[in-house]
Write a protein that binds this ligand. Sequence first.
Ligand SMILES: Nc1nc2c(ncn2[C@@H]2O[C@H](COP(=O)(O)OP(=O)(O)OP(=O)(O)O)[C@@H](O)[C@H]2O)c(=O)[nH]1
Ligand SMILES: [Mg+2]
Length: 464
Amino acid sequence: MASNLLVMRAISIFHKKYRWMDDHQEMSDLILASGHSEITSLSFKKIQNKNYLPQTKMEQLKDLLEQYQVNTIIFNEALSVKHVQKLVQGLERDDIIILDKPMLILQIFALKANSKEIQLQIKLAEIKYVIPRMRQELGVTLHTDKQARERGTGESLADIMKSDFKSRISDMEKQLEAFQNASAHVSRVLTFPVLGFYSVGKTTLFNILTGSSRETDSQAFTTMFLKSSWSKLLGFPVEIVDTVGIVDLPAMIIDSFSMMLRRIFSSPHLIICADTAMDLQFFTDQLDGLANYYSKFAHSGLKYRILFVLTKCDNLSELKFNEYRQLLTNLIMQGKFPCEQFEIMGARSDRPKYVQQTFVAKIEKLLEGELLELDFLDLTPSESSKIHDFANVRSEVWVGDTASIKSIIPIQTFNEHLAALQTKLDPKCYRRWEILRDELNRSESPNYFEGSIEDPVIKSDPDS
Ligand SMILES: Nc1nc2c(ncn2[C@@H]2O[C@H](COP(=O)(O)OP(=O)(O)OP(=O)(O)O)[C@@H](O)[C@H]2O)c(=O)[nH]1
Ligand SMILES: [Mg+2]
């Protein structure tokens, strides 16, 4: 998308102490996606009180701005208003555009926003990010010009701004809620949102699992809105939801997307992707970031079952893959992702059938206890075809024009579809289902950590 727009030249400033940015890759991704081109970059280690940048770096930056005739600089972290003021003073120029990481990300979101709901979320995030900065700025101005403090009503300008913003925020939140309510639906099938940092391969996985052809791209934030599609790989339908990439952002900005995030986390079944094309440090940071979102938005009453997918493992040796897998397992064992059950698998886009087969095996394990084995007797052809629509049919025997079917069905789907077919259920199964349902209603099963791990080395290659 950025290629259709005027590309703005910019110098990036890289604070090396900032843990996330050790390899500079994220910064470059974001700069590109925001429609800027990175002319050159400058790095520094320690923030300096006077000008924010150390003096030698400040001089270097001035020269670079002059040399490249550029007036935009982009920082790899969040800057306070004070930092910005110091920089402007130090650079002795008032035409400088200073972007920090949150502002850059909001610009990307704004560029790619393709629905009213997303646009509203971005506006809200912008206002929330700007408010504390404006207050500080107003505080500075008003302090030097006390006359400006009073308007006709005797209110301070800062108060007027504050209450205006407050009412705008509350209006926007109401509008957002209306959007969310309109799009909310209670899913009658198992839903699996695919979560993960941007560009980790969420949409690629979504396409493999659902047979869709959604756009994938190496540029950050290719996907900007949720999209569901059915997967029938398991025999019974499950809904897979492709989501917007997660990124490390200040809490107040994340909050603006909280309604969308809460909706994602309302499913107790999650697919969490982590990119193995990144080095181990970045991989760990990714998982820490995801765990932050998880602890913030996971619903306390839900017992999550999580399928962790280590993406892009086509570029890894088995040894390296095991390191990533072990790291993830350790984090889970430390309680970073409290859940009822988890599974781990590797994924690679060049082996779609392998990914599909592994997904089926893993989900069947993950859903243990949530799947019912049900047998039906004396089915008419139309009843039989109905069962094919919502159950994994393991065997089907026809005698004349009636069929017997052995099937697997998720508990969640059972009530919805079987009311009409209860009379066809084998009485033994019906009894089992009743007992299980009573047990489920009574039990308060404790959290436990149990998982099994998929070996990414393809023993027999279904794709070849
Ligand atoms: N080598 C390799 N590349 C992959 C794999 N999966 C995805 N990619 C590439 O990674 C890039 C990002 O993939 P997407 O599927 O768009 O990632 P995403 O997580 O949906 O990204 P956003 O929507 O931007 O958050 C694309 O260029 C893909 O071709 C993989 O298994 N191996
Ligand atoms: Mg995507």
